[in-house]
Design a protein around this ligand. Structure first.
Ligand code: DGY
Length: 332
C-alpha cells in the first residue's frame, strides 16, 4: 500500500527526513527555496501532513486549497503563523514545539542582554576596523548587569528561565509582568516579583520581551511605552517581530531616549528597519535564539514525532487545537 504523503516546507536535518520517510512519502525542500503561499499550496496538494516553520503561513486560503491536509506541525514554539481558528474549523490539527527550546532560548536572551549592556559588538567592530589606539577610561563603558533590575514582559517557560538566570546567577532584582500572575512557589523559584506593566517599564534597567505574538500583543512596546523607560535602560526582544514598534524604537535610540537594544526578531523580518541597522548601540541577530544544534534537532524531532504520532497512531504530542480532529470535517 502506498504511504501517505507529507511535505516538509524548509530544509531540515537529513536524519529527521529519513525518520519521516519510514512512515510517509516525503516531499522535502532541502534547497531551502522560500515557497510563496501558492507554491506551498501546490506542493501540499494531496498530502496529509505539513512540516513547517514559523515562516510558513497556514491560513484558510491554504487549507481550502489543500483539503487533504490533516495536520500542520510547526518546528517552533511560537505559532502566530497559524490561523488556529481556520485550522480548527477545517479539522486540521496544529502542533508546535514547546519545552525543548526553553533553556537554549533563555541562554540566548542573556547573551543578547550582556552583549547589548556591555557593548560587545560595537567594540568588536571598532577593534576590527583598526580604530583602537589606546586604553581610555570611558571606552565602550556600558551598564552593569549584576545588581541591576531585570524586567521581564511575558513569564512563560522562557521568561522563567531568564528570571532564574538573572536572580540566581547575576544577583539581579527580577520583576515581571504577565497576563496572569505566577503562583507563589514559582515566583520564589524564579526569584521574581509581579508588577504592573507601567511599573515594569519604569523600573527595569534591562527589559526582556518574551511574550507570544498576537493581535493583542502587537506593538506592546511603542512610543508611549518607550517613553516610560529609563534613558539608561536596554531593551531585548527575543519574542517576535511586531511586539515592538521598530520605527518608534529606532527613533528613541536615535534621540538617546534608551541606552541600547538587543534584537533577535523584527517586524517584517528578514527585512530590518533602516533606523535600527544604522543605530550604534544595538545588537542585531537573525532570529537565532533557539539555534543550538541539539535544540534545533530536538525541535525538528518533536515536529516529526507529532506527524508520526498523529498520522500513524492517532495522537499528537503537543496539539494546540486537539478538539479540531473531533469537530473538523477533514477526511480521516
Ligand atoms: C520559536 O520556536 O518560536 C522560535 O522563535 C523559532 O521560530
Amino acid at each position: 500500500m502506498n504511504k501517505p504523503g507529507i511535505v516538509i516546507a524548509r530544509a531540515v536535518f537529513p536524519q529527521v527526513i529519513e525518520r519521516l520517510a519510514q512512515h510517509f512519502e516525503v516531499l522535502s525542500n532541502q534547497d531551502d527555496n522560500l515557497w510563496s503561499p501558492a507554491e506551498l499550496a501546490a506542493k501540499s496538494q494531496g498530502r496529509v501532513g505539513l512540516f513547517c516553520t514559523a515562516s510558513e503561513r497556514v491560513d484558510a486560503a491554504l487549507l481550502q486549497a489543500c483539503p487533504t491536509l490533516r495536520i500542520c506541525a510547526n518546528m517552533a514554539v511560537g505559532y502566530n503563523n497559524f490561523d488556529l481558528d481556520a485550522m480548527t474549523a477545517c479539522g486540521v490539527l496544529a502542533t508546535n514545539a514547546p519545552g525543548v527550546l526553553t533553556e537554549t532560548t533563555a541562554d540566548f536572551g542573556f547573551a543578547l542582554l550582556m552583549a547589548t549592556a556591555r557593548r560587545v559588538c560595537e567594540s568588536e567592530h571598532f577593534l576590527r576596523a583598526g580604530h583602537w589606539t589606546s586604553w581610555r577610561y570611558d571606552l565602550f563603558a556600558g551598564t552593569d548587569i549584576h545588581g541591576s533590575t531585570l524586567g521581564i514582559l511575558g513569564m512563560g517557560r522562557i521568561g522563567q528561565g531568564i528570571a532564574r538566570r538573572g536572580a540566581h546567577g547575576f544577583g539581579m532584582r527580577v520583576i515581571y509582568h504577565n497576563r496572569s500572575r505566577l503562583d507563589q512557589a514559582t515566583e520564589a523559584a524564579c526569584g521574581a516579583s509581579y508588577v504592573d506593566k507601567n511599573e515594569l517599564l519604569a523600573m527595569a534597567d534591562h527589559l526582556v520581551l518574551v511574550l507570544p505574538y498576537s493581535a493583542q500583543s502587537h506593538h506592546s512596546i511603542g512610543t508611549a511605552e518607550l517613553a516610560r523607560m529609563k534613558p539608561t535602560a536596554t531593551l531585548i526582544n527575543i519574542a517576535r517581530g511586531g511586539i515592538v514598534d521598530d520605527a518608534a524604537l529606532a527613533l528613541a535610540l536615535q534621540q538617546g531616549r534608551l541606552a541600547g537594544a538587543g534584537l533577535d526578531v523584527f517586524e517584517g523580518e528578514p527585512a530590518v528597519h533602516p533606523g535600527l541597522l544604522g543605530a550604534s548601540r544595538v545588537v542585531l541577530t537573525p532570529h537565532i535564539a533557539s539555534a543550538s544544534v541539539p535544540t534545533r534537532l530536538a525541535m525538528a524531532d518533536l515536529a516529526a514525532d507529532n506527524l508520526i504520532g498523529f498520522l500513524v497512531r492517532g495522537e499528537a504530542l503537543t496539539a494546540l487545537n486537539p478538539r479540531a480532529v473531533a469537530t473538523g470535517s477533514a477526511p480521516g
